[in-house]
Design a protein around this ligand. Structure first.
Ligand SMILES: Cc1ncc(COP(=O)(O)O)c(C=O)c1O
Length: 438
């Protein structure tokens, strides 16, 4: 990791600036750059030069959003030994059974059905619970929520989000209900819970199913009630980037025992017994090695959440004094997993548009992302369907200013502090950067 110290007035011009402009951007004119540096010294500004202006990148080994890790390797490796000894690699083996039991204990539901990924979990659930028709969902979500519906033949109808929680607005949902509507899918975006009461009231009145995409929300709660216990069922993603992961995986939590029984048949080709198929099924089984990873990670979840919390607090401290960038606060409704470092850019106050800011971060080796941009309703498979019929002003505005910064246990406090210092330098040089990037 190479950084320029804030307190020394040492300028280092990268020997080979072209190396840093592999994304097609022109390197800034060295003359201009030098002029800007001298001006910065004249005005007594900080010594750190953003990489986009020719300074050294903050991270030679780039930081990613949600880079996977395993906190307790020994536990995982012990379980792998047991799998190899048993020669039971898949087909709902003992690791899967144990993982489902542990998840039920953690969430407090009667059932939890694990499958090979979160998107498949959504597809299986949608298909099993609802009959064909329109399904209401937010556009401010990962595209998989909509894909799972469309893939199963439902018509996604996109609703706007609330301005504070960024989750689907129940008022918008109630306006979208018609006689074709069969369901409503809330998404706990970045682990902030939906207005579950408001959505339950809409679903009850309309006589439709209420389901949740809880891909981001493992370890979160509303008051003392864990996410996983709302609606007919909730789906978690256990993808490697998530707070709890099983390499790839998904889990459907529900109190409906009959629904869980059907989901277990469906994930295994619809088999009821040897040679007996009772329902249309598919192969959505979770392999034993994935369940082993899930179990090892569940054991260390508390420590992981604490590490996430410390990284978040380092960001909170580091960004507090920088105008025009605001870290999303933790939800006030209950427990949170602290997994997502989400910020909003106010273009005027920060001095540059969100997209240019992200470009600057990428030059620093900080691979921030625009989650979720653009809203799903404006993506190609959905542009022409009913999605746009209500207008989504909050979704469009939020999608235009959101930045997700690297978080999770592979980032840690010191990298968070370095990232904030890089952001400070970008902010300090915003005018110069805007000029050179024209
Ligand atoms: C909101 C949301 N829903 C669904 C998914 C899909 O989960 P998976 O990647 O496990 O298929 C994701 C994945 O990131 C997600 O963020």
């Amino acid at each position: 990791m190479k950084t320029l110290c804030h307190h020394t007035m040492i300028w280092r011009i990268n020997e080979n600036p072209a190396r840093q402009y592999s994304n097609g951007l022109e390197p800034p004119n060295p003359e201009t750059r030098l002029g800007l540096m001298v001006r910065s010294i004249d005005h007594g500004k900080r010594a750190r030069v953003p990489a986009i202006l020719g300074g050294d990148p903050t991270f030679a080994d780039p930081l990613h959003v949600g880079r996977p890790d395993v906190h307790n390797r020994t536990s995982f490796l012990d379980r792998i030994q047991a799998i190899l000894t048993s020669r039971r690699f898949t087909n709902d083996g003992p690791m899967v059974e144990e993982f489902e039991d542990r998840l039920c204990e953690f969430i407090g539901t009667r059932e939890c059905v694990v499958v090979n990924n979160g998107t498949t979990a959504l597809r299986l659930l949608f298909r099993t619970v609802m009959t064909p028709g329109e399904v209401i969902l937010p556009s401010f979500t990962f595209v998989a929520t909509a894909h799972a519906l469309q893939w199963e033949g439902f018509t996604p109808v996109f609703c706007d989000i609330e301005t504070d929680s960024w989750t689907i607005d129940p008022e918008c949902c109630s306006k979208a209900v018609n006689d074709q509507t069969v369901g409503l899918v809330g998404v706990h975006v970045f682990g902030t819970p939906c207005d579950t009461n408001g959505l339950a009231a809409v679903a009850r009145k309309a006589g439709i199913s209420l389901l949740f995409d809880a891909a981001h929300a493992f370890g979160c709660s509303i008051g003392g009630t864990p996410i996983g216990r709302f609606g007919v069922a909730e789906v978690f993603s256990l993808h490697a980037t998530k707070v709890l992961h099983s390499f790839e995986g998904g889990a459907i939590a529900t109190d409906d025992v009959e629904l869980a029984r059907t989901l277990r048949r469906v994930r295994n080709f619809g088999f009821d017994d040897y040679d007996l198929v009772g329902v249309l099924g598919i192969n959505a089984k979770m392999p034993e090695v994935c369940a082993a990873m899930g179990l090892a990670n569940l054991e260390s979840l508390d420590e992981v959440i604490e590490l996430n919390r410390r990284a978040y607090q380092a960001y909170d401290h580091g960004l507090r004094e920088i105008s025009g960038i605001r870290l999303r606060p933790p939800p006030s409704s209950g427990a949170w997993n602290w997994h997502y470092i989400v910020a909003e850019i106010d273009e005027e106050r920060f001095g540059m548009h969100r997209d240019l800011f992200i470009e600057c971060l990428h030059h620093e080796g900080i691979l921030a992302r625009r989650y979720f941009y653009p809203g799903v309703h404006s993506m190609e498979p959905y542009r022409r369907n009913l999605g746009g019929r209500l207008g989504l002003p909050n979704t469009n505005a939020t999608a235009g200013r959101v930045v997700v910064l690297p978080g999770g246990i592979s980032v840690g406090e010191s990298n968070a502090i370095e990232t904030c210092e890089a952001i400070q330098a970008i902010h300090d040089h915003a005018r110069q950067i805007a000029l050179t990037s024209r």
